[in-house]
Design a protein around this ligand. Structure first.
Ligand code: KIV
Length: 257
């Protein structure tokens, strides 16, 4: 485990880090060939369950989805989001992080926040639980999803929190919707990889929600590039199937016993 994490950190300043989300085995097994890190993100709350926010996602949901993802991930680093209200204090965080690690066999957990989670990150790391941080827009607590880093005070706060996370022992951090020049400054000022989502090419790596880039999740935000329209492909396949069933051309003898 230590080796996997240090190999990941060593990619900083050498090669760009590729990361995507997965919520289940089949998708995870495809991503595994192309990714350095696969994140079981609590974005599954809105993407799969239509929740208004990630705050409704439970520990149990994260564990069950992660168990499925684990079956598809052989080589990438697998990171699981700790959902809202599962790390309100150090004791709670340690119990729940241990539960996630042992039940899902993931490599690390991800927590949102900076100063607020400093002691928690320190404690988890002391207990050999690798931690990924998450700064910028924090979906578990955000009221508005506006990019971060316009105001000087906000820039200073995020930069300080990035340094704090590193000093607490985090091995990497997600920067979500962080202004480009601030992402550059943070990336230069920490020795651990920064993984951006809507945070420019100045980060050490990138992460996107897989359902977004495949157009499975009908979302339209500036930072999501649609690499495919899988929805169209599914419509084509399902429409052919339904037509053939109704025309009685499926199943043919070839597909029957
Ligand atoms: O929950 C998630 O998918 C995430 C990524 C967007 C970074 O945290």
């Amino acid at each position: 485990m230590k080796k996997k994490i240090s190999n990941f950190i060593n990619k900083k300043n050498k090669s760009k880090i590729v990361s995507l989300t997965a919520y289940s085995k089949n998708i995870a097994s495809i991503l595994d060939n192309f990714c350095d890190l696969i994140l079981v993100g609590d974005s599954l709350g809105s993407v799969l369950y239509n929740y208004k926010s990630t705050r409704e996602v439970t520990l149990n949901m994260m564990i069950e989805h992660s168990k499925s993802v684990r079956m598809g991930v052989k080589k990438s680093l697998m990171v699981v989001d700790m959902p809202y209200n599962t790390y309100r204090n150090s004791k709670e965080a340690l119990i729940n992080a241990k539960k996630i690690m042992t039940k899902t066999k993931c490599d690390a957990v991800k927590l949102e926040g900076g100063k607020k989670i400093f002691k928690i990150v320190k404690l988890l790391v002391k207990n050999k639980i690798p931690v990924m941080g998450h700064l910028g827009v924090l979906p578990q607590s955000a009221k508005k999803f506006k990019f971060k880093g316009k105001k000087i005070s906000e820039r200073k706060k995020i930069l300080n929190e990035a340094k704090l996370l590193e000093s607490a022992g985090a091995f990497s951090m997600v920067l979500e919707c962080v202004e480009s020049s601030l992402a550059k400054i943070i990336t230069k000022n920490v020795n651990i990889p920064t993984i951006g989502i809507g945070a420019s090419a100045n980060c050490d790596g990138q992460v996107l929600v897989t359902d977004d880039l495949l157009s499975l999740n009908p979302i339209n935000v500036r930072f999501v590039k649609k690499y495919s329209n899988i929805r169209k492909e599914i419509v084509k396949a399902v429409s052919n199937y339904s037509e053939e069933v109704r025309k009685k051309t499926f199943p043919s003898k070839k597909h029957s016993y």
